[in-house]
Structure formats: C-alpha cells, structure tokens
Design a protein. Structure first.
Length: 281
C-alpha cells in the first residue's frame, strides 16, 4: 500500500503543510514508481534499509512491503508525525534528523556493508551526501539514489563522458555506479522542471587505488586536474607532478583530466608520492 497523488495532497492540506522549497521537497506520489524503486533496490527480508528523506512515506511503504527492516530519516519536523502515523504500524523505525549531520555509527552500528541506502535526494545535497557516505559510512554497502538526471550522469560517468568529473572519480574510487532508470517529472508533487534518474552504487570490497596512495594526495591531484579541465595535465598539475612522474605513471602530460580513469589517477599520485618520499630521505 503506497500513497497516490490525491492521498498525499489531502494529507498535506489536512495538516496545513506544503512541500518545502528550501528543503527541495518533491514527493514521489506514483505507486508504480515507488514499487519500481523498491524492486531496483534489490532488497528483501534479509536486508536492512536506511531511507533518507522519507517525506510522507510512500517509498517507505514500498520498501517495507519487500520485508526489509527499514529505518526512515526525515528532517522536516512538520512531516515527522504524519510519517510516523503512516509507517510505524508497518514496523518502520522513524528518526528525525538531518542526514548531513547524522552520527552514522550510532544509527547503523559498526558492521561494514550491512545496510542498503535508498533515497530521493534534492539537488543541493545529492552529491555531497553520496560522497560523504562513500568516504565515511562503510556500513552502507549499496545505494539506490534518485537524483536529478544531470547529477545521476555525473555520479556514473566514465572517462571521456561529457559528465565525467571529480565526483565521478570519487565514486569510482569506492564503488561501481550505473544509471538504472529514468523517472519523469509527472510522478512528483510538486512537479519539478527537470527529469530524474536512478543510480545504483555498489561499494567495492577494496578501493580501486591501493593503500600505498593516500586518499588525500590522490584527490588533491584530481581536484587540481578538474579545476582546470580544459588544460593539459602538464599545465593544470604544474608544481604537483613533474615530467618524470608522468612518465613513471604511464600518463601522457598532454592528456586532459577527463581522459583519466581512477586507476590512472592512482598511478599518477603514486609516482608523485614516491618522488616526494625519495626527496625526504
């Protein structure tokens, strides 16, 4: 049982509420869409799911229907009582919190890879939230996120793709990502002016770049390279990578940032780190 557009609008009106533009709220109000999302999340009775931005609970109910144990996070205190009334009878745990400020270890425990994150994310938090979860929340082994299409394309982009950028490298470092579906604007309340897409993200057993390269050094290079993405790397990374280090890494100094995969960036960072270490001895 999930909420239709008419039911969602009636609940909001009855409580004097409206979708918050400040919070980027666009509620999914199409039962077929939320059931599709739950199916693509590939969850069932043996899974623990954390849903970010549960809103009125339409997707929450679809996730609960799979038999998964669901924890629903909602920051809007006006919506929380409605959400509780809707989903707690189905065994869903509701937590009033800002996902960008959560104590994830307290919420999820310590076991790596033991949770699936499902979320309908507004534009302003989508990229930082996904990046923070990948960096700092190993308890989440998989994600299925619904985001604006352009964000989805960046998260899942490969080298050479128009959307490929620093966040694409970040995702590839930790995980594999794939756009698994599109979602039309017509299924939302209110209707946005953009199309959305679903991205499935699966955490790797180990990062794509080995521990001999620090994450900080690696992404300092990535940020520098994409900060001047139209320039050749020998210019955008001037002062950070020498000609000898480009050669050692097997990376052409004439290449541009969007041509390099995460493994290429890893070799470049390793070569720079090795040279720096040799210089310190």
């Amino acid at each position: 049982m999930t909420l239709t557009r008419r039911e969602a609008a009636a609940r909001l009106q009855a409580h004097g509420l409206a979708p918050s533009r400040a919070l980027g709220q666009n509620f999914v109000v199409d039962p077929n869409t939320v059931r599709r999302i739950a199916r693509l999340a590939e969850v069932g009775p043996d899974d623990r799911v954390v849903e970010i931005g549960a809103g009125l609970g339409s997707l929450t109910l679809a996730l609960a229907d799979t038999g998964a144990a669901v924890t629903a996070i909602e920051v809007d205190r006006g919506l929380v009582p409605l959400l509780r009334a809707e989903v707690e009878p189905r065994g869903v745990r509701v937590v009033e919190a800002d996902a960008m400020r959560l104590d994830w270890a307290e919420l999820l425990g310590e076991e790596p890879g033991s949770w699936v994150l499902v979320a309908n994310l507004p534009y302003n938090v989508a990229t930082p939230l996904v990046a923070d979860v990948l960096d700092d929340v190993p308890q989440v082994g998989r994600m299925l996120v619904m985001v604006q299409r352009e964000v989805a394309e960046r998260l899942a982009a490969r080298p050479g793709d128009e959307a490929y950028g620093a966040v694409s490298v970040k995702v590839a470092y930790w995980a594999t990502a794939e756009v698994v579906g599109r979602v039309p604007a017509s299924v939302f309340l209110p209707r946005p002016n953009v199309e959305s897409a679903l991205v499935a993200i699966r955490r790797r057993a180990e990062p794509a770049v080995g521990p001999e390269v620090s994450r900080e050094r690696l992404f300092a290079l990535v940020r520098a390279g994409f900060g001047q993405r139209r320039k050749m790397l020998r210019r955008s990374l001037a002062g950070l990578v020498t000609a000898e280090q480009f050669a050692a890494a097997g990376v052409r100094p004439e290449a541009r940032a969007e041509e390099l995969g995460v493994e290429d960036w890893g070799r470049l960072a390793a070569a720079a780190a090795a040279a720096a270490s040799a210089g310190e001895r």
